[in-house]
Design a binder for this molecule. Structure first.
Ligand code: ZN
Ligand code: ZN
Length: 405
């Protein structure tokens, strides 16, 4: 009988021991452990052994798309995540509103202060540059997306964001000898200058300065990418799919592979996110879609902050508020619980340590009883590659065709 499939990803789930235990080992997670007891466990290299995955490349892989083939920079996914539809050949950048004084960047995030940024974004969107169409759209917080549409563009150009403070911004340079790269770098530099001019005199910044807030007086661009053509998950696997996530980048990846996005009120992508609402939306979505993907970001945020307790608490919240109710309510469904990469507290960045994974459903139950990095290492799935996960799940859900006769 064909079953539904549910993939639950705790971002940055995996870790290394701190004083002998990982956050997952320290957390009280009876529901995750129930999954381990009833399911088949293992470790997973989401991209490849020894490769430190970004959240974007990891998710592409988890959705069955080889990132070495389909990944062409973060920009296009960020653009898709804010609802922009790109055409092949369009170039997209991630942008930050930042603060500059005397040609030196004083804050790369404009004090993380959102006041007036929507208004500024609308006006920047109206900047005209000869020969191309330009779109500028605000994303979460101090972030935005810049899209260039036109003939003969290239993503082989350098960033204007120096990714540091107390230094100047960069002039974009072509990274090859092509006319396309030279043209695109020129356009980005012209955009940067026009934006600086517009922002310098703007009322919004006068108000911000009066209130002792940093002005948003420069736009820094990075993460350039050119829209690639990606076949949809429906075309490739014949399944309908939905994504529940609060993170622009992940929503973008999901949208680019043809998944429907389900918006959930109160889902923030932070440790205080309304994950109960996401759980309810997941249960509802499973009635309609063959495959549902639920993304929980708080674990990664806590990891980047180097906050062991916060990661442990987030895992405990996920256990009671998400995993418990789903195990109770969802029937006839293959459920996988895993991460998109490890983000060890000790290094506060992504690592290539494989992530624990458990799959429950019509599986060969193994001897693992606890859902942790080290227990899962002894499970029946052994060590798998992320690219194969969706196929494995769809096979368990009885949705894979016979290869051969
Ligand atoms: Zn991630
Ligand atoms: Zn991260």
């Amino acid at each position: 009988m064909k079953k539904k499939s549910l993939l639950i990803v705790c971002d940055g789930l995996g870790d290394r021991p701190v004083n002998g235990v990982t956050p997952l080992e320290a957390a009280y997670t009876p529901n995750m452990d129930k999954m381990a007891s009833e399911g088949i466990c293992g470790l997973m290299d989401t991209v490849l052994m020894g490769v430190r995955p970004g959240s974007d490349t990891a998710h592409l892989s988890l959705f069955g798309y080889n990132p070495f083939k389909y990944y062409a920079g973060r920009g296009p996914f960020e653009a898709a995540g804010v609802g922009l539809t790109l055409k092949k050949g369009d170039v997209a950048f991630r942008c930050n509103f930042a603060s500059i004084k005397d040609d030196k960047i004083v804050d790369r995030r404009a004090g993380r202060e959102e006041e007036g940024l929507s208004e500024l974004s609308r006006e920047i969107n109206n900047i005209k540059i000869e020969g191309i169409e330009l779109i500028y759209k605000k994303a979460a917080g101090h972030r935005a997306v810049l899209v260039l549409k036109g003939e003969d563009l290239s993503s082989n150009v350098s960033d204007t964001d120096p990714e540091g403070e107390a230094i100047g911004y960069n002039k974009s340079k072509p990274l090859d000898d092509s006319a396309q790269a030279a043209k695109t770098a020129d356009i980005l530099n012209e955009f940067t200058q026009k934006a600086i001019k517009l922002l310098a005199e703007h009322e919004v910044n006068k108000k911000r300065t009066q209130k002792n807030k940093l002005p948003a007086n420069i736009i820094l661009a990075r993460g350039v990418g050119m829209k690639a053509s990606i076949p949809s998950i429906k075309e490739r696997l014949g399944i309908s799919a939905a994504c529940i996530s609060a993170t622009t980048l992940i929503k973008g990846v999901a949208r680019e592979v043809g998944m429907d996005l389900i918006e959930v009120e109160g889902a923030s992508g932070h440790v205080d996110s309304n994950i109960k609402a996401k759980m309810r939306a997941t249960i509802k979505a499973l009635k309609k879609y063959d495959f549902v993907f639920l993304h929980l970001k708080g674990t990664d945020e806590a990891s980047h902050d180097g906050d062991f307790e916060s990661k442990k608490n987030m895992l405990e919240r996920i256990d009671v508020e998400v995993i418990g109710p789903i195990l109770n309510d969802v029937k006839d469904c293959t459920i996988a619980l895993t991460g998109d990469h490890s983000t060890p507290i000790s290094i506060r960045q992504h690592s290539a340590d494989p992530v624990p994974i458990v799959i429950v459903g019509d599986v060969r139950e193994d001897k693992v009883k606890k859902f942790t990095e080290r227990e899962c290492a002894g499970g029946g799935l052994n060590r798998i590659r992320g690219l194969y996960l969706l196929n494995i799940m769809l096979d368990i859900s009885d949705r894979v065709k016979l290869y051969g006769a």
